[in-house]
Ligand binder design. Sequence first.
Ligand SMILES: [Zn+2]
Length: 140
Amino acid sequence: MTNEERIIDYYSNLCKVLNQNGFKVKGNLGNKQYELDYKVDYVQPRLTMMQITRNIDAYIFLEQHGFIRKDICQFCGEKLVSNSYTFTEPINKVKLHICHKCHPEGKIYGKKGNAGCLILMFLPILIPVALILIFVLFKS
Ligand SMILES: [Zn+2]
């Protein structure tokens, strides 16, 4: 089993347990509140774990019932050799055990938070807009 298969398998199980026990992903879209089932993010699997830790009740439920594995990296599924690296989730301050490879990435994620993500999201839009502006300016 590869790390990716292991983490997907693990996350799938966590989502299944949460859905079976009535936990929901809650959020706001504009003024509308929504509730969704937990599901694995296959594009960025670790976001599944971030989503779970945002609902502290859901995370505590999993931990108390022994579903949170202590022997693998919570981000990539790597089998842990030590417990020295943790990632502190910024909202509920949940400490996740991760491997040394995920540790530098976790730090960046924790610091930049949403601002970093937003900039990354808008970059593909900003670059073409800038190019068009330059083109138009030079033409006239
Ligand atoms: Zn890892």
